[in-house]
Ligand binder design. Structure first.
Ligand SMILES: [Fe+2]
Length: 139
């Protein structure tokens, strides 16, 4: 389970809020995975949640990249590369689902991937925005 704390703070209110929403939804996905024997409706809900997470992440990444660029954050390029890798991985998972259905172990793997990725990425890359925001900009 993902729990947001100050270690994840980027110093940007909207981005921090969006990270919290992402955490909540990844946790929501986790709570559904713990249920055994998902019915068709629940499986469809998981799929819509995954699609939602993907599009939310896309919008969030866009804003975050704009912020890093405008604050001249040194992690900007790396951040963009990681975002691209994340979205490519999600597309791969969706292809796996299309090819062999919603297998529980693949759903679990996807959840684990999202959880680990978000945690590591925010703590290592996104937080590099914080000192850039607190420094007065020259122009
Ligand atoms: Fe990021």
């Amino acid at each position: 389970m993902l729990v947001w704390n100050e270690q994840f703070a980027t110093g940007h209110k909207t981005l921090d809020k969006q990270h919290q929403v992402l955490f909540e939804n990844v946790n929501r996905l986790e709570s559904l995975l713990d249920q055994t024997n998902l019915n068709r409706q629940e499986t469809e809900f998981i799929l819509s949640l995954v699609n939602y997470l993907e599009s939310y992440a896309q919008d969030h990444f866009k804003l975050e990249e704009q912020c890093m660029e405008s604050y001249r954050c040194p992690a900007h390029q790396k951040n963009m590369d990681f975002h691209r890798q994340f979205l490519a991985a999600i597309v791969d998972y969706k292809k796996k689902f299309q090819a062999s259905g919603f297998r529980a172990e693949v759903m679990r793997e996807l959840h684990q991937f999202m959880q680990n990725w978000l945690q590591q990425h925010i703590m290592r890359i996104d937080v590099q925005l914080k000192p850039c925001i607190s420094v007065p900009q020259s122009d």
